[in-house]
Design a protein around this ligand. Sequence first.
Ligand SMILES: Nc1ncnc2c1ncn2[C@@H]1O[C@H](COP(=O)(O)OP(=O)(O)OP(=O)(O)O)[C@@H](O)[C@H]1O
Ligand SMILES: [Mg+2]
Length: 269
Amino acid sequence: MPSNKSIVFSAQNVSKTFGAGKRLKTAVNNVTFDIYDGEIISIVGGSGCGKSVLAKVMLGLYQPTSGVFLYRDDKIRSLKKHWNEVQSVFQDPFSCFNQFFTIRSQLEDALNILEKKPSKEEVKARVDAGLMAVNVKPADIEGKYPFELSGGQMQRMLLARIFALKPKVLIADEPTSMVDACVRANILDYLMKLKQELQMTIVFVTHDIGLANYVSDRIFIMHEGSIVNQGTPEEVLDKTDEPHTLKLLDDIPEVHKTEWIKNSHRSKR
Ligand SMILES: Nc1ncnc2c1ncn2[C@@H]1O[C@H](COP(=O)(O)OP(=O)(O)OP(=O)(O)O)[C@@H](O)[C@H]1O
Ligand SMILES: [Mg+2]
C-alpha cells in the first residue's frame, strides 16, 4: 500500500442498511478500507452484494447507517462541492442523459457543476477534447439526440463527459456492461488513459474478476455486503483460498480466462 500517497476515501466500519424489522436489509456490512490518490481499485462481486450501494456512499448519495466514511479526511457535507471532484459513470448511460436535449448541449451543461466556471470557448474546447479522447469526431454527434446513438456509443459519451470534466476521482459502476468485447477493451483503455494522463483515482465496479485483474492496483472482493478479500491482484488472485474469490474465478468464461491470464503477466502501468 502506498504510504507516501494521501488517502482519498477512508471507510471505518461502514454499514448501510435499508428498511427496519423483518424488512431490514444490510446492503453494506461493516467495511473498512483506505483508497489512495491515483489508485485504480476494483470492487468485484456477484449481483446484489452491495457494490453499487458502496459506490453511492462514495458519491455521497447515501450516508452510512453506521461507521465513518471520509473523503480526504472530512465527511461529505456538500454534494455540489463533492461532485466537483468526484464523478461517476453508471450502468445505464441512457438514464444519465435527457432524451429531449442534444448530446452536445448536455455535455456542455455538465461543466456547469464546476466551481470555477469556464468561459463559453473553453467549454466548447473541453467538450471537443473529451469527445476526441474517446475517438469521436465532434462533427459526428453535432445536433444528435441520445436516442440516435447505440448503448456503446452512449457509454463513450459518458466517458467523454469525464474527460471534459477532469474530476479527481471517478466511480465507474459497470461501465462496460452494455458494450461488445472490442468496445469494452477500448473503454478499459480509456480508463487507463484517465489514470495515466489525469492521475485520476478510479473506483471500478464490476462482476468480472478478470477485468479487475487487468486494470486494478488493488481489488476488493465483496460478498453479501462485506469485503471478504482485498489486496493487489496478485495477492487476491494467486494466493487465495477465499471461497467467494474462487467462485468468481470459476465464473469467468473459458475464452475470456485465457485472454486475461495472458494479460495478467503484462505490465499494468
Ligand atoms: N434503495 C434501496 N432500498 C432497499 N434495498 C436496496 C436499495 N438499494 C439497494 N438495495 C439492496 O441492497 C443490496 C445491494 O444492492 P446493490 O445495488 O449494491 O447490488 P450490486 O452489488 O450493485 O448488484 P449488481 O451487480 O446486480 O448491480 C441488494 O439486495 C439490493 O436489493
Ligand atoms: Mg450494481
